[in-house]
Design a protein around this ligand. Structure first.
Ligand code: SF4
Ligand code: SF4
Length: 56
């Protein structure tokens, strides 16, 4: 499962635009992943400059 570490996310939105599943939204200025939509392609893990999305 991929999860976004709120301590690292700066809310740039880069992962939101690139997620092929449109599985990432925003909550209180941090990106969150809708688990039901994410198919773990790891695009967000690769593109995030802060290394906020992590495999758990
Ligand atoms: S790319 Fe990284 S820092 Fe930017 S919104 Fe996504 S998780 Fe947050
Ligand atoms: S792993 Fe892929 S499908 Fe899941 S949130 Fe990240 S970019 Fe979207």
């Amino acid at each position: 499962m991929i999860r976004i570490d709120r301590q690292k996310c700066v809310g740039c939105g880069g992962c939101v635009d690139l997620c092929p599943q449109a599985a990432i939204g925003f909550f209180e200025d941090f990106a969150i992943i809708h688990k039901g939509l994410c198919f773990e392609c790891r695009t967000c893990v690769k593109v995030c400059p802060m290394k906020a999305p992590q495999e758990i």
